[in-house]
Design a protein around this ligand. Structure first.
Ligand code: SF4
Length: 177
């Protein structure tokens, strides 16, 4: 792969201290190994949307047909703030010429398919998709997307790298044509 390949990533996975508690979730494979082969485009939806660090942790709550992002301590609803920022940021990311995206699992903003979700009947499942991840995958449905936990599996990792490479190749005009 070439460093010309640009891949979006949840900023905490590169060691940026942007988590709600001021920490990070640096992933050595992504930061040190794959980072030698691609150019990362780091994004932290919650910090960039203005929620600050440290900040109140949030969960996803199903209200009717909508999923809300709600503060665990205050019950404050952050959904509109994050959704409005997301719409603008995705306009910018469309210009970033991305070839893939690695998202942080379990996050109410970045999680792909395993985010804690509270239901109206009081049940909780780990089936939610983060607010930013949801909008990203709707806006760019063919972009290769994975989360860091699945990328611990060497087979998934290889597949993802191949998909990113193929996506990049598909955008590069071939010489002689
Ligand atoms: S998971 Fe997403 S929102 Fe949470 S700290 Fe990491 S980049 Fe920021």
């Amino acid at each position: 792969m070439s460093r010309l390949i640009r891949v979006g990533i949840s900023a905490c996975l590169l060691g940026q201290e942007v988590r709600y508690d001021g920490g990070h979730t640096r992933d050595p494979f992504l930061a040190d190994v794959l980072g030698q082969r691609v150019t990362w485009v780091p994004v932290c939806p919650e910090v960039e949307a203005g929620l600050g660090t440290p900040r109140e942790p949030v969960d996803l709550v199903k209200k009717g047909r909508r999923i809300r992002m709600v503060g665990l301590a205050t019950g404050m609803d952050y959904t509109a703030t994050v959704e409005q920022w997301t719409a603008k940021r995705l306009d910018e990311l469309e210009q970033e010429d991305l070839d893939g995206y690695v998202l942080k699992s379990g996050s109410p903003s970045c999680g792909v398919d395993d985010v804690r979700l509270h239901h109206a009947d009081g049940a909780t499942t780990k089936t939610g998709r983060g607010v930013f991840a949801h909008a990203l995958m709707r806006r760019m449905p063919s972009l290769p997307v994975e989360h860091e936990r699945r990328l611990q599996d060497p087979a998934v990792r290889e597949q993802f790298i191949e998909r990113v490479h193929a996506y990049h190749q598909g955008k590069v005009p071939r010489q002689g044509r």
